[in-house]
Write a protein that binds this ligand. Structure first.
Ligand SMILES: NC(=O)c1ccc[n+]([C@@H]2O[C@H](COP(=O)([O-])OP(=O)(O)OC[C@H]3O[C@@H](n4cnc5c(N)ncnc54)[C@H](O)[C@@H]3O)[C@@H](O)[C@H]2O)c1
Ligand SMILES: [Zn+2]
Length: 379
């Protein structure tokens, strides 16, 4: 953290690191992949240490965007915010409460807009990272991910899942606030990654981290895997961050779970997302197959509003507070004891193949025998 000298790509810290000393500034960085992008920009010699760039701390929420590779087509940014008139708003929230009460399977789909009240800027809102970038500016608010706390909306969602009103949560967010809220792994897919999880390149298991990871773009964290092999020895894999870069495919198990639950849903509620990122923006509409409903609560218009059954324009925290009042459900407070980032031992954050199979047709004999084999593999 802070202003240390660090490689732009692999984040090896200058001076304090063995590898750094070995390269003695002859090469730009030991990390093969980073040489090309780095060498074009910086001339390195023994005296000019300052030619290493002063590190941007990826842990700062707006610098997460700077860690991604440059990409031109960022979609529509900076559209005006819309606010429903108070009477309309009350009617809409009451209707939504009725739909939730009568729903057999409700799934929430969340985006950056549910974390703006925690101090984490979104991308495309009027003060979003991409919007300001277009104007040559940067967000003034830029919270360290480690300091960010779950919002009223995160806690309300966690409460609704616990009380059985909501079956599953699909999030595009990488800030780890659903995890910190105490929402259990079995109830959520994080389709674009999570700053507080790490994934092994060998056994594919994921683990929680006490602090936000230092890289984005699924890079090597230089941390040995925490899992064990069938024989009981430590897995020899290396943990990587889970944050997707532009060109990365969505993690298969996360997306599968998101789709399976949304396929089952008769009500999908999208909160704080501009619904511009494909393919995840289409997943809530799987509920339509069951003649289900889609609701969008967002300040800006979204490109999916026309297909939605109800569009609510207000702050998500205000909407959730009223909704919980109508449902008569008290929002649980944040509890450190349920926050995996506060636990001494990392939590296994893997979605196992068996979890996917459980969601599919478990009655089929073929699936049953595959499940038995997979069960044996889990240590
Ligand atoms: N907190 C985070 O984890 C975070 C932050 C920035 C970007 N992202 C990344 O952005 C990408 C997806 O884009 P997205 O659609 O989630 O973000 P986006 O920036 O495209 O859209 C966010 C939307 O939320 C709305 N919004 C902002 N604050 C709101 C509030 N308080 N109440 C209601 N609406 C509000 C904005 O009007 C905007 O349309 C994902 O890849 C995600 O990982 C994540
Ligand atoms: Zn492993």
């Amino acid at each position: 953290m802070g202003n240390s000298l660090e490689c732009q790509k692999c984040f090896t810290t200058g001076g304090s690191c063995e590898i750094f000393r070995k390269v003695k500034f002859v090469q730009l960085c030991h990390h093969k992949k980073s040489r090309t992008s780095f060498s074009a920009k910086y001339t390195v010699n023994r005296l000019n240490v300052a030619s290493w760039r002063i590190s941007i701390s990826i842990q700062m929420s707006c610098n997460y965007a700077e860690g991604l590779t440059p990409y031109k087509n960022k979609g529509k940014v900076g559209m005006i915010e819309i606010f429903d008139a108070p009477n309309d708003l009350n009617e809409k929230i009451s209707l939504l409460a009725d739909w939730i009460k009568n729903s057999k399977y409700t799934v929430f789909h969340t985006g950056a807009g549910i974390s703006t009240s925690a101090g984490i800027p979104d991308f495309r809102g009027p003060n979003g990272v991409w919007t300001l970038e277009k104007q040559g500016k940067k967000p003034e608010i830029n919270l360290d991910f480690n300091d960010a706390m779950p919002t009223l909306t995160h806690m309300a969602i966690k409460t609704l899942v616990k009380k059985g009103y909501v079956k599953y949560v699909v999030s595009q967010n990488i800030d780890g606030l659903h995890l910190k809220s105490g929402l259990l792994r079995e109830h959520m897919s994080e389709v674009h990654g999570n700053m507080f999880t790490m994934k092994c390149n060998k056994c594919n298991r994921s683990f929680t981290s006490q602090t936000a990871v230092k890289t984005v773009g699924q890079q090597n964290l230089n941390i040995s895997c925490l899992g064990k092999t069938k024989k009981g020895s430590l897995c020899r894999g290396i943990l990587h961050d889970t944050i997707l870069d532009w060109e990365h495919r969505l993690p298969y198990n996360e997306l599968q779970m998101a789709e399976l639950h949304s396929n089952n849903a008769d009500l999908c509620i999208c909160l704080g997302t501009s619904l511009q990122i494909q393919p995840i923006n289409l997943v809530p509409f799987k509920a339509k197959k069951n003649k289900g409903k889609v609701v969008i609560c967002n300040l800006q218009k979204t490109m999916c509003d026309r297909k939605a059954d109800l569009v609510i324009h207000t702050y998500v925290d205000d909407m959730m507070k009223s909704l919980m009042g109508i449902l008569g459900v008290e929002i649980e407070n944040y509890d450190e004891k349920l926050d995996p980032t506060k636990m001494t031992n990392p939590t296994d954050w893997t979605i196992y193949e068996i979890d996917l199979l459980n969601m599919q047709d478990i009655k089929k004999d073929e699936t049953k025998s595959k499940k038995r084999k997979l069960q044996d593999q889990i240590l």
